[in-house]
Design a binder for this molecule. Structure first.
Ligand code: BDR
Ligand code: CA
Length: 335
């Protein structure tokens, strides 16, 4: 009998841009461990904490996942225009739940994040369609704006950008704006504008779905019980920290949801919508203005139509499906 041959899907080449961050750490664990992800590099930017601490946190997580082979590069220390601010009130003093985890003894890549991105994307552009890289920014978009403005030719190596940021409906850093876009609104505006100019498909995984992928404290305790300071224990402690901090019986996997999109597109429902970033405004600076009007009416009175950039905006997510994907992937002992 002829053996039944099942072809394995080709892993997706992926680069994460992070401000690690409790939920960035959840995302790093997923990307580092999932067999369908070919994690090529991680670039770092100031956001949840300062960029040097982001680099340290990122290397710690990759080491725990047994992925010291993945290059990590330091990027922008501050937003393009704004002074730096951070979110240690959410993520702890070290930006990653103050777990006292042993720090990595390796060194980051010698290149600036933008140069590493340029090198990897231009190399990918030389290959075929399967070599194109999915870029997943989970942080303020400073590095990505600098990349696309300085080396627009790097866009040829991109399959798409799936970024965590913005929202059609709600804010968190302010009543209007989501943290990553609010932290560096000019960078977000540049990325959306460049995506339109350079023909880069973009998925916006924003606050409309961000809080809907949740792991229970019971699920976290099971991960912690695996022990040995491995990926499962770290993952469990990150969820447990958030449950305590917010007084909830469960917690979001946050940024990790955007990695789930790259792995399992069917778990999210998107609509292609025009999106702009509010750069003025007192109460609305950093808001992503998502145009959800029906386009049948006469909009000739609106000087801002048509918006130059349309984005696939994630409007609903199968939370259980993604939570399960994440939990099963990180539930492994030390390697
Ligand atoms: C985003 O802001 C950060 O605090 C999180 O890491 C996430 O990327 C949510 O608004
Ligand atoms: Ca983040």
């Amino acid at each position: 009998m002829t053996p039944f041959h099942v072809q394995k899907p080709v892993p997706v080449p992926l680069i994460l841009d992070v401000d690690t961050g409790v939920d960035d750490a959840c995302a790093l664990l997923l990307a580092a461990l999932h067999p369908q992800v070919d994690l090529r590099a991680v670039t770092c930017v100031g956001g949840n904490t300062n960029v040097d601490q982001v680099v340290r946190n990122t290397m710690t997580v990759l080491d725990v996942a047994g992925r010291a082979d993945v290059p990590v590069a330091r990027g922008a220390a501050r937003p393009l225009l704004e002074p730096s601010s951070d979110a240690r009130h959410v993520h702890g003093d070290d930006g990653m739940a103050d777990l006292g985890w042993p720090s990595s003894d390796r060194h980051p890549d010698g290149r600036h994040a933008v140069e590493l991105l340029r090198d990897l994307l231009c190399a990918a552009a030389e290959g075929g369609p399967d070599d194109r890289i999915t870029l997943v920014p989970l942080a303020p978009l400073t590095n990505i704006a600098l990349l696309l403005r300085t080396y627009p030719e790097a866009a040829a190596g991109l399959r798409e950008i799936v970024f965590m940021g913005g929202a059609a409906h709600i804010g968190n850093a302010t009543a209007s704006a989501e943290f990553n876009v609010w932290h560096d609104p000019e960078a977000a505006a540049i990325v959306l504008e460049s995506a339109a100019e350079l023909d880069i498909p973009v998925v916006m995984y924003g606050l409309d779905v961000f809080y809907d992928v949740r792991v229970s404290r019971r699920g976290a305790k099971k991960l912690i019980a695996v022990g040995g300071r491995g990926p499962a224990e770290l993952a469990g402690r990150l969820i447990d920290f958030q449950c305590s901090r917010f007084g909830q019986p469960d917690a979001t996997i946050g940024d990790a949801g955007a990695v789930c999109v790259a792995i399992d597109r069917a778990g999210v429902t998107t609509s292609i919508l025009p999106v702009r970033v509010e750069l003025a405004g007192i109460y609305s600076r950093g808001r992503t203005v998502v145009d959800r009007r029906a386009w049948s009416g006469d909009l000739s009175h609106d000087a801002f139509v048509p918006a130059p950039t349309t984005v696939r905006v994630a409007l609903s997510v199968d939370g259980e499906r993604y939570a399960d994907l994440w939990w099963r992937t990180v539930n492994v002992a030390s390697r």
